[in-house]
Design a protein around this ligand. Structure first.
Ligand code: HEC
Ligand code: HEC
Length: 209
């Protein structure tokens, strides 16, 4: 099911970042198929201890409607320790989950009605939709989609996500505390944003419907 992503090591050295692999999950056809076939009913039962935290309050992320493959990989990364929750809660929670549990939880959350923003979203930075050539900053929408809906295997949905969580996690990429992004893509992108821009982008994406 799992294979070490040897390729990331070389790429990360080239980018001047830490040589430790960012994740232990390789998206082989077998792993993709395994996650796709997760059992939502079982996931629902397993999600009981998660519900009190994952209702999108405080700085906790909302998981409803998130891409299952993204959720599965984050859970694996918490378990292997390549993603460290600053409060260590998620590393403890994931340590007891088996591969099958993670796939079931991922499919269950993916099937829930996606989180919805309050509306009134304005991209005051211009970076979300256009990016900025001067800083070689790509548009966020190039990967996360024009509506922030997330795309393909590992690019998460941002639309309607809790603003406090988006801000905290972008700051964690910027400082390198969150380091499980493949090829350090998000660390390089967040590293060029000011803290004010991070707050504005978090507000923008949290408001998208
Ligand atoms: C006591 C509160 C708490 C409980 C219980 C909890 N979580 Fe979390 N979860 C968090 C916090 C806080 C974060 C953000 C941590 C970070 O910044 O890395 C998080 C992050 C996550 C993420 C990453 C989301 C993203 O957008 O990257 C996933 C997936 C997740 N939790 C799944 C679960 C599952 C599944 C359970 C139940 C088995 C669970 N959590 C139980 C608090 C909790
Ligand atoms: C080159 C593609 C790409 C671009 C451009 C990009 N992202 Fe990402 N982003 C990703 C991927 C892939 C992930 C998942 C990281 C991982 O591998 O764990 C991610 C993760 C995130 C997360 C974490 C979400 C969560 O639930 O924890 C946030 C927040 C985020 N990106 C915001 C942004 C913002 C804001 C911009 C624009 C300034 C941006 N991204 C530009 C690819 C991209």
């Amino acid at each position: 099911m799992k294979a070490i992503l040897l390729v990331t090591t070389g790429m990360m050295l080239a980018a001047g970042v830490d040589a430790a692999p960012s994740t232990q999950v390789a998206w082989t056809p077998a792993t993709l198929d395994f996650v796709k076939k997760g059992d939502a009913d079982r996931g629902k039962t397993l999600s009981a201890p998660c519900a009190s935290c994952h209702d999108g309050t405080g700085t906790n992320p909302n998981l409803n409607g998130q891409l299952p493959t993204y959720l599965y990989r984050q859970l694996q990364d918490y378990k292997s320790g390549t993603r460290q929750d600053p409060a260590t809660i998620m590393n403890a929670m994931a340590s007891t989950l088996r591969d099958q549990d993670m796939a079931d939880l991922a499919v269950w959350y993916g099937q829930q009605v996606p989180m919805l923003g309050a509306g009134g979203a304005t991209d005051v930075t211009g970076i979300a939709e256009r990016g900025e050539g001067r800083r070689m900053e790509p548009a966020c929408s190039a990967c996360h989609g024009t509506g922030g809906q997330g795309e393909k295997v590992d690019t998460p949905r941002l639309a309607g996500q809790n603003a406090a969580y988006l801000e905290a996690t972008l700051l964690a990429y910027k400082s390198g505390q969150r380091a499980n992004d493949i090829y350090s893509r998000m660390r390089l992108i967040a590293g060029k944003l000011s803290d004010v821009e991070i707050r504005q982008l978090a507000d923008y994406y949290s408001r998208l419907k």
